[in-house]
Design a protein. Structure first.
Length: 292
């Protein structure tokens, strides 16, 4: 069981933060931790000088990997519960940690997960954030899925000893997020400036898209391509990750200024174990860079 650091001396907390590099504190289908090296080597040269935009933040793997190079970040998503959780971790990490420690203490009861899942989301944002992290860490496959009524409906995972309250990482994430603005919005409404970097990791074509009750359809993929063209015209540098499918190829292949590169990536969210394993993905940019 984790022990809260609320009563620890300031110098001890600062030492812990120095040892802990912030990393994603929620699991997210399609998260980019396994592709970070491929993405990092294809970043625009101006990443350190301009603002960073990520309108499909999910687990935020690239933001946390780049945090020490980012001056100002704009993180957003259409998932209201996710954005609320980011904001509470940023503003009230100690209170979120205290509630997560209680969830961790009670998780040994196999019925507890379903009791928490069945409750209506609390009007208290800190309780709602702790519930979100708890369910995310203990549900099947770390999958976030809602029904048409927007209710979380993933069954309990079979983990023997899940990490529910990673106290040091939550503190580190809170510090990293102090340079970020978090807001609920559709990707098309962001307004990057000349030279800014926009990274888009949308729900992939042909894969799971149940993060929101209305999903992410073919016309949304078209909207994303058109938005990327608008951002490019403003002068922003845009990178998009997506699956290697005929639809995505048709949208970007031969369409100036997009450059398409194939990368191999694991695919871990699949109800059939035989469907997991390496798969081809695309990294699409509006700027040049290294080949391959």
């Amino acid at each position: 069981m984790s022990t809260t650091t609320a009563s620890l001396p300031t110098e001890v907390k600062e030492a812990r933060l120095e040892r802990t590099r912030a990393r994603p504190f929620v699991k997210w289908a399609g998260g980019k931790r396994s592709l970070i090296s491929e993405i990092m080597r294809r970043l625009p040269a101006s990443i350190d000088e301009r603002e960073y935009w990520e309108p499909f933040v999910g687990g935020g793997a690239l933001f946390f990997a780049l945090e020490n190079r980012i001056r100002q970040a704009h993180l957003s998503d259409v998932n209201q519960d996710l954005v609320l959780t980011y904001n509470m971790v940023r503003k009230e990490p100690e209170k979120v940690i205290a509630l997560l420690a209680e969830h961790e203490r009670r998780h040994h009861d196999r019925h507890y997960y379903y009791t928490v899942r069945s409750r209506d989301k609390s009007p208290d944002p800190i309780e709602a954030a702790a519930r979100f992290i708890y369910l995310n860490k203990t549900c099947y496959n770390g999958l976030y899925r809602v029904n048409r009524q927007g209710q979380f409906n993933v069954p309990r995972g079979s983990y023997k000893n899940p990490t529910i309250c990673d106290e040091d990482n939550l503190h580190a994430a809170s510090e990293a997020l102090k340079k970020a603005k978090m807001i609920v919005r559709d990707f098309s409404s962001i307004k990057p400036g000349d030279g800014d970097f926009v990274y888009c990791d949308p729900p992939y074509d042909g894969t799971f898209a149940g993060y929101a009750s209305d999903g992410f359809a073919d016309h949304d993929q078209n909207r994303l391509r058109d938005a990327a063209l608008r951002w490019h015209d403003i002068g922003a540098h845009v990178m998009i990750s997506n699956s290697d499918t005929p639809l995505v190829r048709d949208l970007y292949d031969g369409c100036d200024p997009f450059v398409i590169r194939e990368v191999a990536a694991p695919r871990n969210i699949n109800s059939n174990g035989n469907g997991r394993g390496p798969t081809s993905e695309l990294i699409i940019t509006t700027y040049g860079g290294i080949p391959g």
